[in-house]
Design a protein. Sequence first.
Length: 562
Amino acid sequence: MVSQAQHIRGSVPVRSLAAMLEDPCSRACRALSKLYPDEAVLPEKAQLCLGAVRAFMRHFGQDASVLVARAPGRINLVGMHVDHRGGFVNPIAIKDVFFVFEPRGDDEVHLCNADDAAFPARSFAISKGLPRHKIADWDAWSQQEFEERKRRGEAADWSNYVKSAVLYLQHIHTRPDGAFDPPLRGMNMAVSGNVPMAAGLSSSSAIVVGAAEACIRVNAIAMGALELVEACRLAEWYVGTRGGGGDHAAIKFGRKGHILHVAAFPVSVKALPFPESHSIVLANSLVEAKKQEGARDVFNERVACYVFGFAMLRRNFPRYASMMEHLRDVNPRTLGVSEAAIYRMLRSLPERCTRTEILDCLPDDRALVERTFRTHAEPGDGYRIRQVCAYGITECIRSEMAGEMLRIGDIRGFGELIDISHEGDRVTRLLDGKRVPNDNALPDEELRDLIADAESGQPERVERSRLWRQPGGYDVSTEEQDTLVDIARSMPGVAGAGLVGAGLGGAIIAVVERQQAQAVIDAFAEHYYEPRGLPVAAEVVRPTEGSGILDPAFAAELASAE
C-alpha cells in the first residue's frame, strides 16, 4: 500500500534499515549492543529485528521511513501474584519483541507479524473501538467489551493487546463531552518477537507496552515512564485479565545485569545488581498457560479470593479498616500488632465458600462482589479464600524482604524466599517416589498451632511461625512445573527454584551457582524433557534493558554510514 505517513524525526528508510541489519558487522547491529549484557547475542537480535522489518516491507511496501520500538518479556523471581495487591515484584527483563512502524494519515491501525501463520494480519479504527461518550468506568467498560468479544469468538486474537494500548491512550485523551483531544493517528506496524507465548514470561504485556511506546511516539504524547506503566496496567484490562502493573514496570525499567525491586501504589523502582557468582536458569515446561481459555477463569478467581477476603477482613476488624488500603497492609508493622494477631485475622476468614455465602457475608459490598463475579466462572469447589489471602499476605512480606536480601548479597536467603513462594503454588509433591496431590488448605488447627508457636517465647518455635515462612495456598502450579522445580532443587549449587508468571503452565526458574548452571540444564534434559520426548527448553538468561524507541540509534548509525 502507499504510505499515508508524515516523516517523523528519527525515522529511517526501511530498505536502508533492512540492508544494515542483514550485515552482522554493520553499525546498526552495533547500535543494539547497549541493550544486552553479552555482545555475542547481537547477530541473533539483529535477525529478530530484521524479521519485523521484512514483514513490514511485505505488507506495507519498501518506500516508507520507519521507527523501531522494542519491549522485552520479564521473569519475576519473588513477589508472585501480589503486585495488584500492593506487593513488591523482583523481576528481570529478558528476550525481545520488536515493532517496526510508521504513522498513518488516518486513525486506523494496521498490524502484521513475522509469524503470519500464527498471528494473521489485522486492522482496526481507533474511533470505532470506543463509544461516542467519555467512558466513566474503564474497568466496567473493558470487562463488558471482553464479554462481547468472547461471545463473538474474538477474545483470543493477538491484535487485542495492541488495541488495548491504543484505545486506552485515546480514552485518556477524550474530553468529558466525548470529543477526542486530540484524535490519535493510526499506524502501520509489523511485530517480531522471541518471548514464548503462554510461558509465564509476559509476552502479552510486552506487546501492550511496545504498542504504547509506538503510539506515544507517533502522536507526540507527553507521558513519563511511570505514567506509561500505569497506563499499560489499566489498558491490559481490556483483554479480560485483572492483573497489576509489575510486569509492565519490569518491561519498561529493565536494566541489563540488574534485578529490579518494584513497589506498587505508587510505583517506584530500584535496580539492584544481580550477583556475578550466580546464574538464572529458565526452563519452559512446554505446557502452555493459555489465558484465553479456561485458565483465565482460574487466574481471575484467585484475584477474586483476594478481593472478597480483604473486604471480609475490613468488615471483621473495623478498628483496622482505615489502615488497610491494600492487602499488603495486613501485616504487623502497618497495623501495629503481633504476628499471632495476623493469624487470628486469617482465622476469621472462611476456608471455602460459595457465591451465595459471599453475598450474605458482604451485603454492603454487593456491587463490588457482583462485578468481580463477572470476571470468571464460579469455582465448583468454592472460593479458597483463607489460603489465598494467607499466600498474598505472606508473599507481600517476602517480596519486600527480597530487596534487602539482594542489597546485602544474601543469595541463599533470596533463594529461600523463592522456594517458599513456590510451595504456596505447588499442586503436587513427591511421596515415596510417586507424585501425589498437594494440599495447601489452612484449617483452624494449623492456625492455632502457629499462634501457639508465635506466642511461646521459645526462639525455635517463634522462628518457625514467622509469617514470611508460611506459603499459604495460591495453587496455580502444574505437575510439570513442580517436577522441574524438584529436579532443580535436587542439584548442588541451586539456591532456590519456583514457577514464574501467573501459573497453570509455562516456565520455572532456578537461581544457581554459575559453574553449576549447565549441570542443572543437563538434569532437566535427562529427567524431564527426554523422558517425555520433548525438545530441551532450558537456558541461562541474563537481564536486558527495558522497553523504548530505538530509532535515534539507528538514524545516527545510518547517518554515520552514509
